[in-house]
Design a protein around this ligand. Structure first.
Ligand code: GP9
Length: 418
């Protein structure tokens, strides 16, 4: 019954799937995905005292396709949820803790697995212990043939928790040159981690005036440092030729946890929860042609990454159970919802916010102004959002991927850990 339920939902979704002009445009290119620690969208093109906070990300935004309304869909699992939602395209678990620990026995479909089947070399790296978030185990499970964590990286300069992003990316530049092509490299940055005040003084090059010494000031210094490291890496990709022969995607893993009082220091005053909980996504590929250099305002979120990248690389949706929606060649009238774990969601014009854990008490607002709007149509959309979460939970909690993909028996009597 559960399998039929899930299959019926995907049959309806995949029935809408028709390839458009960008399908397979980047076929055969490498894929480099950079998940940036605590990168929020409000820093893109932000100037403080006349200085760009993220000049290198801004440059990439000008060169690629930028999604400013890319929402953070993570939950309890923070960075591990950023990875899971992006690579597996299912929702985070409602069970407290991380899927990386709680569902380690599961089989998942994933971006690396899908690309491995297409002949890609799959590689992941992060400059912290492989045991953190259970990555050493989970990256293998998700289909990365080779991973490098703190233990297998060379020593270098430290910032915050470990090896600096600058040294990490330098090592990655060398590593990527050696990987058999086509490859998929998933690189997770680290330096821009809470509490953001461990950037060495020599790298605090922004003149922040009265923001100096505040949490926001620390965040801006930290983001600026991480941006320099990112910029140097992109330059090295250009030198090695990999920039031209790869799809490059850069996005933030989750919000930075900055309180409203800190956001107010740079003039940001959220009208509602989640208004600024956006993590920028930029996708660049030489194959995107004229689409490069554009800003796509559609609402989107972490779950959309895998279907979008597979679409560009020419891998059809069929046989996959990814719940996100592609960002390219979006069918008209798609009426898209970006759903959050608590049942809240955004559409292009509206936002629905669950209150006190109860959707019956939810607020229905204009997404731009934050003003309360007529709830007409909200109930149907709210039920559809809940159904999305229910389908994802069925797949996760009953470990349904093997049965869905191969017809092999799934473990249906398994309860999620409490
Ligand atoms: C640690 C890093 C941070 O390896 O990914 O994880 P977080 O604390 O942000 O979830």
């Amino acid at each position: 019954e559960e399998i039929n339920d899930v299959k019926t939902w995907f049959a309806a979704e995949n029935g809408k799937w028709q390839p458009g002009p960008l399908f397979g445009k980047a076929k055969g290119q490498n894929l480099i995905v950079i998940q940036e620690e605590s990168l929020q969208a409000f820093v893109v093109n932000l100037k403080v005292n006349g200085q760009e906070v993220t000049p290198n990300l801004n440059k990439l935004v000008r060169e690629g396709v930028y999604y400013p309304n890319y929402y953070d869909q993570t939950y309890h699992g923070r960075t591990s949820d950023g990875e899971f939602t992006s690579l597996v395209s299912l929702y985070p678990s409602s069970v407290p803790g991380s899927i990386y620990f709680n569902f380690v026995e599961n089989e998942f479909d994933s971006l690396p697995k899908a690309l491995k089947r297409e002949g890609y070399t799959t590689f992941s790296a992060h400059a912290y212990a492989g045991s953190f978030w259970n990555r050493a185990v989970m990256h293998r499970k998700l289909g990365f043939e080779q991973s490098m964590f703190m233990e297998s990286l060379e020593d270098g300069e430290k910032v915050g928790w470990g090896l600096s992003d600058r040294d990490f990316f330098k090592q990655m530049n060398e590593k990527l040159k050696e990987l058999p092509q086509p490859f998929f490299a998933f690189l997770i940055s680290l330096s821009n981690h809470h509490p953001f005040n461990e950037v060495p003084a020599a790298y605090k090059t922004l003149q922040l005036g009265e923001l100096e010494g505040t949490m926001m000031g620390d965040y801006l210094h930290s983001v600026h440092y991480a941006d320099q490291a990112l910029g140097e890496f992109i330059e090295s990709l250009k030198k090695s030729g990999l920039y031209d022969s790869s799809v490059l995607a850069v996005y933030g893993d989750h919000d930075a946890g900055l309180p409203d009082a800190e956001l107010a220091r740079i003039g940001i005053r959220p009208q509602y929860d989640k208004q600024y909980d956006k993590v920028p996504l930029v996708i660049y590929s030489s194959a995107l042609g004229k689409k490069n250099g554009t800003v796509d305002e559609q609402v989107a979120g972490h779950l959309d990454l895998t279907p979008s990248l597979l679409y560009l690389l020419g891998v059809p949706q069929e046989g996959h159970y990814f719940m996100g929606q592609r960002l390219f060649d979006v069918p008209s009238g798609s009426n898209k919802q970006v759903v959050f774990r608590d049942g809240s969601y955004v559409t292009q014009n509206r936002v629905f916010l669950v209150q006190n854990g109860l959707w019956e008490e939810g607020q229905y607002l204009d997404r731009t102004s934050g003003k309360t709007v007529d709830g007409q149509g909200a109930q149907e959309a709210t039920l559809a959002a809940q159904n999305r979460l229910r389908i994802s939970d069925l797949i996760l909690e009953s470990n349904l991927i093997p049965a869905l993909q191969n017809g092999t028996a799934a473990v249906t009597d398994r309860n999620p850990p409490q």
